[in-house]
Design a binder for this molecule. Structure first.
Ligand SMILES: [Zn+2]
Length: 491
C-alpha cells in the first residue's frame, strides 16, 4: 500500500512533494538540485510539447537546435544580460583532459549563441522575419530547489525571432503572449492573468517582458510563461544587421519567449487534491482506465474479460469519441496480482480522468460503474450510452477544472487601496491584490521587503496597453503616473 499523502490543509508544500513523488511524476536525482522526470511526468510534458509545438508553428516559427555550450565572451557581450545571469551560470573550465582556452557556459538561455548565428544568417530585409524555436534543456544554478518549480536543470522551449521594426517585434511578443494564454487556458485548464513585468522584474536584456501569472491553491502566484520584446539590445551586441530596402544597414529587432516544465508543477498545484493528482483530460494519458472486477464465481471471468475488450473497441470506434479534440486513450488493467481496492487508489493517485469498473453485477445489468476523478461519485452507465457519456464527461471535466480554478482565483483576488490593510491581509490570507502603483522602484521594493509580495505584473487592457489608474499609489499615495498592478507572494 502506498504512503499517505499529507493533506493540503496541514502542509501544502509537503502535500505537493507527496503528490509528485507518489504519483511518480519525478524523483530527486543524485545531483543536488536536479530532478529525474519519470514516465508519468514525462508523458504530461509530451502532451504539452505536441500541442504547444503546433501552436508555435502556426506563427510560421520553425524548430532548430543550438549547442548546449556558450563561449563565455558571448554571455558578456550584453551588459544587463551578464549581470542577470552570471550568478546562476555553470561554467566548464576543463575538458578533454586540459584547461579550456575559453571557458564555456552551460546555457542558461540562448539569446547570445542564437544571435551569433542570426548575425551570420541575416543579410537583407528579405531574410526577415526569421522565426526560430528550440526545445531544449537549460541550467541555472539554484540555491533552493523544488521539483518542477525550480530546478537547476529544466526543460523548456525558447523562441527567438528577428524583425525589421520595433513594432513588428512588439506584435510578435504579444502574439506569443496570446498563444501561451490560450494554451494554458484551453489545454491545461489553467486560467492566467496577462501582464507586463516592472523594470525590476523584467528579463535581463529585454526592453519589455510580458508574462502570464497563474494562481495556485495555496493562494500564491506562479509565473507560467514569459514573452520578451528585446528591441535591438542583443542585435547591437552581436551586430545582427540587415540591408534594408533603402540600401542602409539596420539592426534587427528581436523577441524571445518561453515556457518550461514548471507548467507541470503548476498543473499539480492548481488542480490536484488530497487523494493525488487531478489532470485535465487534454494532458492525461490514458484518459480512461477499465478495471474488470472478478467476483467469486470463476464462470463469469471470461465473460467479463471479453466484455471489457468489446467495450474498449466499441468506444474507440464510436462517432461520439471522434468529436473529441484529441485521440482517446483507453487502458484495460487486467493485472490479477493486484486487488481492486489497490487499483482504485492507484488510478486516483495518478489522476486518470475516468475509471470504469465492470463486475458480475454490472454485467447482469448491462452497465459499467463510472467514476470521474475530480468528482469521485460512482454511477451506473448502460453499455449503449457509454461512448456518449465518456465524450461528454471528458469535455465537461476539462471545462469544470478551468472554471473551478478561475472561481478560486476570483474569490481570492482583492481590490485594495490601503497599504495597512494590504499588509495585514496578505500576511494572513495570501491571494492576488489588485491595486495602484506609481511606477517608482522604491515603492515596489518597500512592498517586497515588508510583505514578501512581489509585483507580479502591470495589468493590461484589451489592446495590451498598460492600464492607467485613477487612484493614488498604494504605498506612497502619489497620484502621478499610477498604473493598475497585481501583487502576490509567488513561487
Ligand atoms: Zn508609490
Amino acid at each position: 500500500m502506498a504512503e499517505k499523502i499529507t493533506p493540503r490543509s496541514q502542509d501544502f508544500s509537503k502535500w505537493y512533494q507527496d503528490v509528485i513523488l507518489q504519483a511518480r511524476l519525478a524523483d530527486y536525482s543524485p545531483v543536488k538540485g536536479c530532478m529525474v522526470i519519470r514516465p508519468n511526468g514525462y508523458s504530461i510534458w509530451e502532451k504539452i510539447q505536441s500541442n504547444l509545438d503546433q501552436r508555435i508553428k502556426s506563427t510560421g516559427t520553425r524548430n532548430a537546435y543550438f549547442p548546449l555550450f556558450i563561449p563565455e565572451s558571448f554571455i558578456q557581450k550584453e551588459a544587463e544580460h551578464v549581470k542577470g545571469f552570471a550568478p546562476q551560470c555553470a561554467v566548464v573550465t576543463y575538458a578533454g583532459a586540459k584547461d579550456l582556452e575559453e571557458k564555456l557556459i552551460v546555457r542558461p538561455t540562448s539569446e547570445t549563441i542564437i544571435n551569433s548565428m542570426f548575425s551570420k544568417w541575416i543579410q537583407s530585409y528579405r531574410d526577415l522575419p526569421m522565426l526560430i524555436n528550440q526545445w531544449a534543456n537549460v541550467v541555472r544554478w539554484e540555491m533552493r530547489t523544488r521539483l518542477f518549480l525550480r530546478t537547476t536543470e529544466f526543460l523548456w522551449q525558447e523562441g527567438h525571432t528577428c524583425h525589421e521594426t520595433l513594432e513588428e517585434a512588439e506584435k510578435m511578443a504579444l502574439k506569443m503572449l496570446t498563444i501561451y494564454t490560450q494554451f494554458c487556458e484551453d489545454v491545461l485548464a489553467m486560467p492566467v492573468v496577462q501582464g507586463l513585468k516592472s523594470e525590476n522584474e523584467k528579463f535581463a536584456g529585454a526592453l519589455r517582458t510580458y508574462c502570464i501569472e497563474a494562481f495556485m491553491q495555496d493562494k500564491k502566484a506562479l509565473q507560467a510563461g514569459t514573452s520578451h520584446n528585446l528591441s535591438s539590445h542583443f542585435a547591437k551586441a552581436f551586430h545582427t544587421v540587415f540591408l534594408d530596402k533603402d540600401g542602409t544597414q539596420k539592426l534587427v529587432f528581436q523577441t524571445s519567449w518561453g515556457v518550461s516544465t514548471r507548467l507541470i508543477g503548476g498543473l499539480v498545484m492548481m488542480h490536484s487534491d488530497d487523494r493525488g493528482l487531478i489532470l485535465p483530460p487534454r494532458v492525461s494519458s490514458p484518459h480512461v482506465v477499465i478495471l474488470p472486477i472478478f467476483g467469486k464465481d470463476p464462470s463469469t471471468f471470461t465473460k467479463i474479460k471479453q466484455k471489457v475488450h468489446e467495450l474498449k473497441k466499441m468506444v474507440l470506434n464510436s462517432v461520439e469519441i471522434k468529436t473529441l479534440p484529441y485521440p482517446l486513450e483507453i487502458h484495460i488493467d487486467e493485472d490479477e496480482t493486484k486487488q481492486a481496492g489497490w487499483k482504485f487508489h492507484e488510478y486516483e493517485l495518478i489522476g486518470i480522468p475516468i475509471r470504469l469498473e465492470l463486475g458480475p453485477k454490472d454485467l447482469d445489468l448491462n452497465q459499467v460503474t463510472f467514476v470521474r476523478r475530480d468528482l469521485g461519485k460512482k454511477e451506473g452507465v448502460p453499455f449503449t450510452e457509454l461512448s456518449q457519456k465518456i465524450t461528454e464527461e471528458l469535455l465537461a471535466m476539462q471545462k469544470d477544472l478551468f472554471e473551478k480554478a478561475k472561481k478560486f482565483r476570483m474569490d481570492h483576488t482583492h481590490l485594495i487601496s490601503s497599504y495597512d490593510e494590504f499588509k495585514k491581509k496578505i500576511a494572513t490570507e495570501g491571494g492576488f491584490y489588485e491595486t495602484s502603483w506609481c511606477q517608482n522602484v522604491a515603492c515596489e521594493t518597500k512592498v517586497k521587503e515588508e510583505t514578501k509580495a512581489t509585483l507580479r505584473c502591470i495589468l493590461l487592457d484589451q489592446a495590451f496597453q498598460v492600464r492607467t489608474s485613477q487612484n493614488p499609489c498604494v504605498v506612497c499615495s502619489s497620484k502621478s503616473n499610477t498604473v493598475n498592478v497585481l501583487f502576490a507572494i509567488s513561487y
